[in-house]
Design a protein around this ligand. Structure first.
Ligand SMILES: [Zn+2]
Length: 56
């Protein structure tokens, strides 16, 4: 399930990052554009949204 590829838009710099759900949830990973960590609340929200879209 977490191997699903999703496309997440960074809430800070706006770039689109395409990778697996498990990669986005890996502690310490961050945006390649602005280094905002995926563990921040803002990013978590974007990841959740991308997961919803991927499921639809
Ligand atoms: Zn960014």
């Amino acid at each position: 399930m977490d191997d699903k590829v999703i496309e997440v838009t960074c809430p800070k710099c706006g770039i689109r990052i395409k990778n697996t759900v498990s990669w986005f949830k890996k502690p310490g990973n961050c945006c390649p554009g602005c280094q905002l960590r995926f563990s921040t609340e803002r990013f978590k929200h974007s990841i959740e949204e991308a997961e919803k879209i991927a499921m639809a």
